[in-house]
Design a protein around this ligand. Structure first.
Ligand code: ADP
Length: 510
């Protein structure tokens, strides 16, 4: 290639600037730089290295030797020699380009490390492993804002370089540095945008998960490796009565007083599929709660989910207590009935007619008792809601407290007994000018108009009710009427079959 005029040089540099800046990929910037060099400065090899001021290392970024592009990784990174030994180090420290036309002599200088690489990428240390394959070399600093950030080396096997070529190469290196920096900034910006988008996606997913956790009915909390609360959802707040902001960062034993005692009983599984719940009693603010816990390991801690089973537990307990009581209650009359029946059936002994009668009577009496118990159980299992209406307004009546209580118990008992489908029983009291009136209203079977007087008679029972309630005597209302009469009051009923009954009694005001 011949020597260029200043104008040609300027034109070449201008075209180079355009060409280099057309790409935003650092690797391609080096390729184009080399392409431009091929036309401008003859060379057998070109190596672009970067210099990292922090690590003090010079690393190869681009290498081209004898027509072959080499993997830059084959050239080992070299530490900068601050004393200026070695040609690259001298350029980096001094910031000035170097033109050497006696490379074989230079590499013999102490303090430098030199490699010679051939087109196959074979690396030789020179001059120890033989003379270098080049004669002339140019070393050009790559600068960014006045700092040297790299070196470009050009080698020639047998032709020398001159100042003019050095100047042109310097110009091209400057343009290449600007284009490479541009490309790198673009790449960094793109990587940052991608990282931001990824972070936003992760944040959105986290927020979504947090909202789901807030909404679930189970209490969920996270304990870090130090046993401190890291997350505490809404349900956890509701069950324990402790707010997330109060418990965050505190040891969980401050919330669950008996935590240290129960923690070992909750198995912590590695996956939520294998998690097994355990129900444990635990004190929370002075209350005993039965909580069903599940625990799963996760990086940095353990996630616990819990469900409040206190009510269910209470029901279970009441149920088993009820069954225990009932079986105990049934056992006594049953044993008596069985014993009497067995004795009656014995053939080996002679029973007097009197004894036989006694035994049969006992069977009859205990049989009635059994029926009553069953009746009570049936009534107890009915979902009746009892409500007392009307505020106590200070009205007082003349009467005997015990007798009034007996009347009330009888009326309420009947209201429940004759409401086989459940419903409400409302007890209310009100003042009239001369009396205090108490009402017991139910939503039960009701009584036909024709029978409404008769039910207050001794031993009277309404036929149609016998199927629902077997344990009655027909004495309850008769006793009520007698008690109320003796207190100078009156008793009565309004009722509609199928709708319900309202029994009332009135006592004179005090
Ligand atoms: P018992 O309930 O033992 O049969 P009571 O004297 O208390 O005797 O009641 C007499 C009858 O009046 C009952 O058998 C029943 O037919 C009817 N009776 C009482 N209270 C009610 C009520 N609240 N609803 C419907 N019928 C009732």
């Amino acid at each position: 290639m011949g020597r260029q005029s200043e104008a040609e040089k300027a034109g070449l540099l201008l075209a180079a600037a355009r060409y280099l800046n057309e790409t935003l990929e650092p690797g391609r910037v080096y390729d184009r730089f080399h392409e431009l060099l091929t036309d401008a400065v003859p060379h057998a090899g070109v190596v672009v290295s970067s210099f990292d001021a922090e690590t003090g290392l010079i690393s190869c970024e681009y290498a081209w030797v004898d027509g072959e592009k080499l993997d830059p990784a084959i050239l080992p990174p070299l530490p900068l020699n601050r004393e200026g030994g070695g040609m690259q180090s001298r350029v980096i420290v001094g910031g000035e380009p170097l033109l050497v036309n006696d490379v074989p002599e230079q590499v013999k200088q102490p303090g430098g490390v030199y490699y010679d690489v051939d087109r196959e990428g074979k690396l030789r240390k020179v001059p120890e492993e033989g003379a270098p394959g080049v004669r002339a070399a140019m070393m050009l600093p790559v600068k960014l804002e006045g700092e040297v950030v790299g070196v470009v080396q050009l080698h020639n096997a047998d032709t020398e370089y001159d100042e003019e070529q050095l100047e042109l190469a310097e110009g091209l290196v400057g343009l290449m540095a600007a284009a490479a920096r541009n490309a790198r900034l673009h790449q960094t910006a793109q990587a940052e945008a991608a990282a931001r988008a990824r972070a936003e996606t992760v944040a959105a997913a986290r927020e979504h998960a947090a909202r789901v956790l807030e909404a679930v009915g189970d209490g969920v909390f996270l304990l870090d490796d130090g046993g401190r609360v890291g997350f505490w959802n809404r349900a956890a707040e509701l069950v324990t009565g402790r707010f997330g902001e109060d418990v965050h960062g505190r040891p969980v034993s401050e919330v669950f007083e008996s935590w240290d005692r129960i923690a070992d009983e909750i198995p912590v599984s590695e996956s939520s599929i294998a998690a097994r719940p355990v129900t444990l009693p635990i004190d929370v603010e002075g209350r005993e709660l039965w909580l069903s816990f599940v625990a799963v390991h996760m990086p940095g801690g353990v996630v616990y989910a819990f469900r409040d089973l206190t009510v269910e537990r209470g029901l279970e307990q009441a149920k088993s207590e009820f069954i225990a009581t009932i079986s105990h209650e049934l056992r006594t009359p049953m044993t008596a009935v069985l014993g009497a029946a067995k004795t009656l059936l014995r053939t080996d002994i002679q029973l007097s007619p009197e004894r036989r009668r006694e035994l049969l009577e006992m069977i009859g009496a205990q049989g009635t008792r059994l029926t009553q118990i069953t009746e009570e159980v049936l009534i107890a299992s009915r979902s009746i809601s009892l409500r007392v209406k009307g505020e106590s307004n200070g009205a007082t009546a003349i009467g005997d407290r015990n007798r009034i209580e007996q009347v009330l118990v009888n009326l309420i008992d009947n209201a429940v007994k004759y409401s086989p489908r459940g419903g409400q029983v409302i007890v209310s009291a009100e003042e009239t000018p001369a009396a205090v009136r108490v009402e017991v209203r139910d939503e039960g079977l009701g009584i036909p108009l024709a029978e409404q007087d008769a039910i207050f008679e001794k031993f009277y029972r309404h036929d149609a009710h016998q199927t629902h309630v077997t344990g009655g005597t027909g004495l309850g209302l008769y006793i009520c009427r007698e008690l109320v009469r003796r207190m100078d009051g009156k008793i009565g009923v309004h009722s509609q079959p199928g709708v319900g009954s309202t029994f009332f009694f009135e006592l004179p005001r005090a």
